[in-house]
Design a protein around this ligand. Structure first.
Ligand code: 5AD
Ligand code: SF4
Length: 452
């Protein structure tokens, strides 16, 4: 216990406790793991209930307007708690984008920090504890530094993430990321491999390399290519799977396919966002490739010795997208044969060039196009998932559905597999089971365990 000025007794229990809420992509989820580890190292204790927390952190996403609105809605809810002596921190992409405006909108917030400033968190926390209430970490977007910490609090004991490249220099005309996460900067491959080694020693068997454009990775020490890093981690003792996301078509090179072919531990799945199937729209999006150029990379992937599963992101209703452009996107789905599509309605974002383009596609048309696309993709997946019927695959156990008497897990291609076992003892979480597929759905597979 500690006495504050004025002699008020403050309970330690809420003083150095924190609660964190995270929105957005995997990069954000992993940033939170690092923020949690940093806070714990600074003497804070994490609590699962915001009522019990002295510090509430909100890790935000601004990729689409909806995500951003959630933040302000949530901040309004915090308002009710401001009299309880709690402190609030807004971090992540909305923090970076809105900056000090957050203090105006929500004066009870004491700390606003973008991801490029997280390495200064210990110092910001000291100022917070000293009672400062206008602390910002907003000026680091031009930094060459990355946020590496040995104190990462990983939430899953079997699958672990490693950010190998931060920021983005691609400047697609619709995207906030270059403005919120700052310039592209890669870690040294030695530090990436050392982190992977430590994780493998701790028992992690599934390692996922992260980056806004993970394959734009350029070893800052010049020693290894991205594909070589993938291969080296895949071949480490103890590592059974290495994944990577998200790949950018511009930097997608044949050597990535070669390493998937050569090293079985490198997962046979590529997430390669196309955004649109129309070269005209791609030009307006400043994607710097055409439909044909993208399809050439897809042809390389299809020519691999192992079957590689492909997934993508698509934006519908970009300014100027005609019915014909949209049809080209729809036909691309047939041509590629994706195993998963994440499709979004275009949402104009602050600071991006596209915000100045006239929105020619109405809300209803956007919604209708999205629906048509998803319906079509579902049909395609219903058929394409069927190819797995009768196949035998390795599944990493992630959980149990006791009601259905099924074990749930993931294949190397990142597909959900629900399966039954005959032995009375359920396989352990994180273990690998050999499963024969007996039924297929558009988004999952069903099977039964077989002895390896
Ligand atoms: N509007 C809609 N979707 C967007 N994305 C990125 N920016 C926008 C935007 N302004 C989508 C892209 C990207 C995914 C993470 O989010 O498809 O790949
Ligand atoms: Fe959202 Fe992009 Fe920020 Fe991830 S990097 S949280 S997707 S805005």
């Amino acid at each position: 216990m500690k006495f504050l000025r004025g002699g008020i007794l403050a309970l330690m229990s809420t003083e150095k406790t924190f609660y964190i809420e995270t929105f957005g992509c995997q990069m954000n989820a992993h940033d939170s793991e690092k923020v949690i580890g940093t806070l714990e190292h600074e003497g804070y204790t994490r609590v699962e209930d915001e009522e019990a927390a002295g510090l509430i952190l909100y890790n935000t996403c601004s990729i689409r307007d909806k995500a951003e609105q959630k933040v302000f809605h949530r901040l309004n809810e915090y308002k009710k708690m401001q009299g309880e002596g709690k402190k609030f921190a807004v971090i992540g992409c909305v923090a970076q984008q809105e900056g000090e405006k957050i203090f105006e909108k929500a004066p009870y917030v004491s700390l606003v920090s973008g991801s490029a400033s997280y390495r200064n968190l210990p110092e910001m926390l000291v100022r917070l504890e000293a009672g400062e209430n206008r602390i910002t970490g907003l000026d680091d977007r031009q930094t060459d530094e990355t946020f590496d910490t040995e104190f990462t609090a990983r939430s899953n004991p079997h699958r672990g993430y490693i950010t190998i490249i931060e920021g983005c220099d691609k400047f697609c005309s619709y995207c906030v990321v270059p403005y919120t996460r700052g310039k592209e900067r890669s870690r040294t491959s030695d530090s990436v491999l050392a982190e992977a080694r430590r994780m493998a020693d701790m028992g992690y068997t599934d390692i996922q390399l992260l980056g806004q454009n993970v394959n734009s990775y350029r070893d800052s020490s010049g020693k290894r290519t991205f594909a070589e890093v993938l291969g080296a981690i895949g071949q480490m003792a103890g590592v059974r799977r290495v994944r990577f996301t998200t790949s950018h078509p511009r930097d997608f090179t044949q050597d990535i396919i070669d390493v998937i072919d050569a090293v079985p531990q490198v997962c046979d799945h590529v997430h390669l966002p196309v955004q649109s199937g129309s070269s005209i729209v791609l030009k307006a999006m400043q994607r710097e490739y055409t439909r044909e150029w993208y399809l050439e990379r897809i042809a390389w992937i299809k020519a691999a010795k192992r079957e590689i599963s492909m997934t993508t992101d698509i934006i519908v209703g970009f300014p100027g997208e005609t019915e014909e452009d949209f049809e080209q996107t729809a036909s691309l789905l047939d041509e590629v044969g994706y195993d998963g599509v994440f499709a979004f309605q275009y949402s104009p974002r602050p600071n991006t060039p596209a915000i100045h383009m006239e929105e020619t596609v109405g809300v209803e048309v956007k919604a209708a196009r999205l629906q048509r696309l998803m319906d079509r993709q579902r049909e395609l997946q219903r058929i394409s998932y069927g190819r797995h019927l009768g196949q035998v695959m390795e599944v990493m156990v992630e959980g149990y559905n006791r009601q259905r008497g099924q074990v749930t897990g993931r294949s190397s291609q990142n597909k959900t597999v629900n399966f039954t076992v005959t032995q009375p003892i359920l396989p352990a979480l994180g273990s690998y089971q050999t499963v024969r597929i007996t039924q297929t759905f558009p988004n999952s597979l069903v099977g039964e365990a077989v002895s390896a």
